[in-house]
Design a protein around this ligand. Structure first.
Ligand SMILES: CC(C)(COP(=O)(O)OP(=O)(O)OC[C@H]1O[C@@H](n2cnc3c(N)ncnc32)[C@H](O)[C@@H]1OP(=O)(O)O)[C@@H](O)C(=O)NCCC(=O)NCCS
Length: 131
């Protein structure tokens, strides 16, 4: 696979994170299925980046942002860019997250087979939520 790196998210990622968050297939797999509006998103990101440890990251392949993940305590959430799914990116990212941050817990809907698979294979704790 190409060269990858994990870097902290910054304000420059505002648009990107907004677009990924509001993508329909992403929303359907999230707890909150509503589209987020721009000002709420800005507020959320500002608060998050203002934390002592924002724990919001961008995963890049050859300097192209292709996925994001965040860590809240023991909980891990992640999204791959809608146009880059099914290319093994989540697999690569979660394996790397596992080695850098240890075993975390992912809450995944029962019908999100790719996510369950990739999180289990990376050695994460997977809590399956009934659809
Ligand atoms: C879930 C998600 C992170 C997976 O990312 P991805 O980069 O497409 O995943 P990968 O390409 O690494 O593949 C994951 C695995 O699922 C498998 N898979 C993909 N589609 C599948 C399907 N429809 N049925 C069964 N397995 C499937 C892949 O073959 C792969 O398994 P393998 O490693 O054994 O080959 C991505 O689809 C996403 O961002 N979805 C929207 C947000 C989301 O669901 N986030 C997770 C919430 S917990």
């Amino acid at each position: 696979m190409d060269h990858f790196r994990i870097r902290p998210a910054t304000k420059d990622d505002t648009r990107l994170l907004f677009d990924w968050r509001n993508d329909e297939s992403t929303r359907m797999m999230s707890k909150n299925k509503d589209a987020v509006d721009w000002s709420d998103h800005l507020g959320w990101l500002e608060r998050r980046l203002g934390l002592a440890q924002p724990n919001l990251f961008i995963f890049e392949l050859d300097e192209e942002p292709v996925a994001t993940f965040r860590i809240d305590g023991e909980d891990l959430s992640y999204t791959v860019a809608p146009g880059r799914r099914n290319q093994g990116i989540a697999k690569l990212m979660l394996n790397e997250v596992r080695s850098q941050f240890g075993r975390l817990r992912a809450h995944v809907y029962a019908d999100n087979v790719p996510s369950i698979r990739v999180a289990q294979n990376a050695g994460m704790d997977v809590v399956i939520i009934d659809v």
